[in-house]
Design a protein around this ligand. Sequence first.
Ligand SMILES: O=C(O)CCC(=O)C(=O)O
Length: 270
Amino acid sequence: MSDKTGEATQQLTAGCLQFNIAMGDVEGNLQKVRDGLQALARQGGRLAVLPEMWSCGFDYRNLATLAAHTPQVVETVAALSARHDMVVIGSLPELDGDALYNTSYLVDRGVVRGRYRKLHLFSPMREDRYLQAGSKTLVADTSVGRIGLAICYDLRFPELFRRLTLDGADVICLSAQWPKPRRDHWCVLTRARAIENQVFVLAANCCGVQGKLDFFGSSMILSPRGEVLAEAKDQPCEVLATLDKQAQRDYRAAIPAWHDRRPDVYGVLT
Ligand SMILES: O=C(O)CCC(=O)C(=O)O
């Protein structure tokens, strides 16, 4: 599919942490992540994906104050990722000057390898009034392979996932707070993005109630064939699966949709 595989690990144990995000409670949420990463590490996890805005939720009124904690939160996550020999990905509020972003941080064994600012802000919930949109995609080489990042509503934009795959991602990690009643969209779209790009998709959602919103969980790990390798129910938990990179390469060779594309006719993506 791409010669930029960034191949590091043939068999990768990877997981999503699903929990109930307590609005505004940075220390409480951080403790859930400490516990969850430890549980994943005990089961051999080398890659962990956390939900969207996991440190505090969308507490818009206090977001600038809460975002001021983010550098410290990222430092703590970096220390945990080093201790557990892990790549950890999840979105947090980021304050840059006066601007606030919904930013996914990719931390690899103690080092921040990249940041991705959410491109598509969810206007039905006024995210675009409080936050600035990013303007760049991110695919990074890590100790577990080449990883592309996306956040929640981004899932509805196949062009982004195609771009990440064109840039060599073999795993795409999505942090989300995807509420009821749109579970069917979540299930279909995570699967579609995996199948159409022949990538692994790790999609971490939150669960429980936050204000008026009720979250169904269903964090997912999908194979490049679209098989559901692991799926959470609606309670706090971690889900894990083994990602077989050789099987991914074999499948891409067997169904060579990538080579058979016709961007000369229909696409500007090259
Ligand atoms: O697209 C959806 O249905 C949910 C998106 C969302 O809640 C978000 O991006 O925060």
